[in-house]
Write a protein that binds this ligand. Structure first.
Ligand code: ASP
Length: 308
């Protein structure tokens, strides 16, 4: 097993499949009255969040607690980070406290990679800038596999603000490793020209959502990340929704079996309408539930569940 999980590229098909299979076993714990396993008793997991998060932080906390680890939540607000302490000094503090795993979210792309050089424990990237979010890709893959029975051979459209999306990057890497085909869809201003081929050869690009929809098994809508936009990438929210938003009539262009995904948080009415988000094809709530099982599997395997 790998020591850190920093990128979707850290996972070969066998390791990714091992994580998904372990997550399926972890999911059975969620159905029990006592949702706890003793696997990580006495181990310490630190959640180090320099950027806002709802789902991911809670999910990692629930995952670590269900495995009986001690959990320390550290958010940049209200800590010495607000006083200007550097990431390295914070890392040395965590090291001195004996963290076995550090789950880190940071606005700077590459911050978890730096951290991995400074601590002895395992580092899990919970989202670094616009770069990567590998556990999101794993929970998305898990959701596809549980809804559609497989990943290899699926055609997945990833739609919207690809430029700012760490979810898109990690998904392209992992899905191609697992044998799915990805088409990135969005306005040309939000799909970097070098991205598709640089990440995974075979990744397609389309600027026309309507023509792509009838041929896909999965449509993954991305949030328009206005907080990362310092330029105007499209004329207006209305225009964006008209061309790239998933509404009822567009959803009906999908094949019968196709599913609709979104990592959250959603801009309802912009990239997705409530009719679609709340439809039976939508896996959005399942993705959140699956996130806990997948993160349990990641922590369990990284912290030596099967080799210590
Ligand atoms: N929650 C995801 C992330 O942190 C997706 C998003 O924010 O749009 O990357």
């Amino acid at each position: 097993m790998i020591r850190h999980l920093l990128s979707g590229a850290d996972l070969d098909a066998a390791t990714a499949t091992q994580i998904l299979d372990t997550a399926a076993e972890m999911a059975t714990v969620a159905g029990r009255e006592v949702k706890k396993l003793p696997a990580l008793r006495g181990r310490t997991v630190v959640n180090l969040f320099y950027e806002d998060s709802t789902r991911t932080r809670i999910s990692f906390e629930a995952a670590a607690k269900r495995l009986s680890a001690d959990v320390i939540n550290f958010s940049a607000k209200g800590s010495s980070v607000a006083k200007g302490e550097s990431l390295k000094d914070t890392a040395l503090t965590l090291q001195a406290m004996g963290a076995d795993a550090v789950v880190v979210r940071h606005p700077a792309s590459g911050a978890p990679h730096r951290l991995a050089n400074w601590v002895d424990g395992s580092v899990v990237n919970a989202g670094d800038g616009t770069h990567e979010h590998p556990t999101q890709a794993l929970l998305d893959a898990y959701t596809m596999r549980s809804r559609l029975g497989r990943i290899a051979g699926l055609h997945v459209a990833v739609v919207g603000d690809v430029l700012h999306s760490r979810v898109a990057r990690s998904n392209v890497l992992l899905l191609s490793t697992l044998g799915a085909k990805v088409t990135l869809v969005g306005p040309p201003t939000l799909i970097p020209v070098d991205i598709p081929q640089a990440l995974a050869p075979g990744t397609d690009v389309s600027y026309d959502l309507d023509t792509v929809l009838p041929g896909v098994d999965v449509v993954m809508m991305l949030r328009v990340q206005r907080e990362r936009m310092n330029d105007s990438y499209f004329p207006s929210a209305r225009e964006y929704a008209r061309r790239y938003g998933l509404d009822g009539p567009r959803m009906r262009r999908l094949p019968e079996h196709a599913i609709v995904m979104h990592p959250g948080p959603m801009n309802r009415g912009m990239e997705i309408t409530p009719e679609v988000a709340d439809s039976p094809r939508s896996t959005i709530v399942e993705q959140v539930a699956n996130g806990v099982s997948v993160r349990m599997a990641v922590l369990y395997l990284l912290l030596g569940g099967n080799n210590r």
